[in-house]
Ligand binder design. Structure first.
Ligand code: FAD
Length: 310
C-alpha cells in the first residue's frame, strides 16, 4: 500500500501549479500529476502572455509555466508527468490511479484539469495558432489593432468576443453556420447595433491561409456550397469549451455543461475534501490569473481541512 499523502493535485496549469506552490510552502508535500502530453497546461500552446501581473515586458507562455513549475518544486512539490486514469474519492482516504495502474492515496485532492477550447478541426488551425488564430479575445485582441478580424460562432461567447474585438479591429466579421444566432437577445442586439460588426450567415470557415500569419479565411456557404476567400489578419474561434471532467462524471456534481460545481466562493466540491479550481470550474473568466487565484483558494481550503484532521 502506498503512503497516505496530505494532498494530491491533478493538473499543472496555472491553477495546479499555484495550488502546488501554496501547499508545498505549507509543508504539505503535495504530489502533482502534471499530465503526460499537456504538462504546463494551456499556456504551453501560446506565445506572448502580456496580462499576467509581474511581467512588465510580457512573458512567453511556456516560460511562465516553467517558472511556476520551478517555484513549486523549490518548495518541495513532487511532480509526476503522467495522467490520472481513475479516481475513487468517496472515502476519507482518496485514491488516484496513474497510467501504470498504481494507486496513490491522500487525505485531500485538488482537481485542476482545465478545459479545452473547441477547435474547428482545420489542417492549418494549429500551425497558425498564436499567429492570428486565437480562442481568447481577452488574451489576444490587443495584438490585432486595425486588423480585419473574423469571429466564428453564434452563441453568447462569440458575441462577447466580437464586441470586445471592436476595440481593436478595423472590422469584425462574425461567421455563423445558421441564419440566426444562438446568443441571448440582449447580446444579439448589442452585436447588431455595433457598426464595426458585420455578419456572414449560413457559412462555415473551411480553410485558413497564411505562411507566418493569418492572411485570409476560406468560407463556404452551407446552402449553396459557394466558397469565398475573405482577407483577414485574425481568426477567433468561439464555438465552445470542453471542461476536462470525464474522470469525475458520476463522482463529483457537474453542471449542465460538464464543469465541476463548487460551493463558491470556496473551492469545495460535492465530495468532502475534494476541491476544484481553474478553468475546470470557470465558465466566465478563463484567464491564467483567475485560474492561479482559485488554485491558491483550493490550497488554502485543503490546508484548513487538513488542520482540522490533525
Ligand atoms: P490548464 O492550463 O488547461 O491546465 C490543465 C492541466 O490539467 C494540464 O496540465 C493538463 O495536463 C492537466 N490534466 C488534465 N487532465 C489530466 C489528467 N487526467 N491527469 C493529469 N493531468 C491532467 N490566459 C491569460 O490570462 N492570458 C493569455 O494571454 C492567455 N493566452 C492563451 C492562449 C491560448 C492559445 C490558450 C489556449 C489559452 C490562453 N489563456 C490565456 C487562457 C489560460 O491559458 C487558461 O485560462 C489557463 O491556462 C487555465 O488554467 P488551468 O490551470 O485551469 O488549466
Amino acid at each position: 500500500m502506498s503512503e497516505i499523502r496530505n494532498v494530491i493535485i491533478i493538473g499543472s496549469g496555472p491553477a495546479g501549479y499555484t495550488a502546488a506552490v501554496y501547499t508545498a510552502r505549507a509543508g504539505l508535500n503535495p504530489l502533482v500529476f502534471a499530465g503526460s502530453v499537456t504538462a504546463g497546461g494551456a499556456l504551453m500552446n501560446t506565445t506572448e502572455v502580456e496580462n499576467f501581473p509581474g511581467f512588465p515586458e510580457g512573458i512567453m507562455g511556456p516560460d511562465l509555466m516553467d517558472n511556476m513549475q520551478k517555484q513549486a518544486e523549490r518548495f518541495g512539490a513532487e511532480l509526476v508527468f503522467d495522467d490520472v486514469t481513475a479516481v475513487d474519492l468517496t472515502g476519507d482516504i482518496k485514491q488516484v490511479t496513474d497510467s501504470a495502474g498504481t494507486v496513490h492515496r491522500a487525505h485531500t485532492v485538488i482537481v485542476a484539469t482545465g478545459s479545452a477550447y473547441k477547435e474547428l478541426g482545420l489542417p492549418d488551425e494549429k500551425r497558425l495558432s498564436g499567429k492570428g488564430v486565437s480562442w481568447c479575445a481577452t488574451c489576444d485582441g490587443f495584438f490585432f489593432k486595425d486588423t480585419d478580424i473574423v469571429v466564428v460562432g453564434g452563441g453568447d461567447t462569440a458575441m462577447e468576443e466580437a464586441l470586445f474585438l471592436t476595440r481593436f479591429g478595423k472590422t469584425v466579421t462574425v461567421v455563423h453556420r445558421r441564419d440566426e444566432l444562438r446568443a441571448s437577445k440582449v447580446m444579439q442586439e448589442r452585436a447588431f447595433a455595433n457598426p464595426k460588426i458585420s455578419f456572414v450567415w449560413d457559412s462555415e470557415v473551411v480553410g485558413i491561409e497564411g505562411e507566418t500569419q493569418v492572411t485570409a479565411v476560406k468560407l463556404r456557404n452551407v446552402k449553396t456550397g459557394e466558397e469565398t476567400l475573405k482577407p483577414a489578419g485574425a481568426l477567433f474561434v468561439a464555438i465552445g469549451h470542453l471542461p476536462r471532467t470525464e474522470l469525475f462524471a458520476g463522482v463529483l456534481d457537474l453542471d449542465d455543461e460538464g464543469y465541476i460545481k463548487v460551493d463558491a466562493p470556496t473551492t469545495r466540491t460535492s465530495v468532502p475534501a475534494v476541491y476544484a479550481c481553474g478553468d475546470v470550474v470557470d465558465h466566465t473568466y478563463r484567464q491564467a490569473i483567475t485560474a492561479a487565484g482559485t488554485g491558491c483558494s483550493a490550497a488554502l481550503d485543503a490546508e484548513r481541512h487538513l488542520s482540522q484532521l490533525a
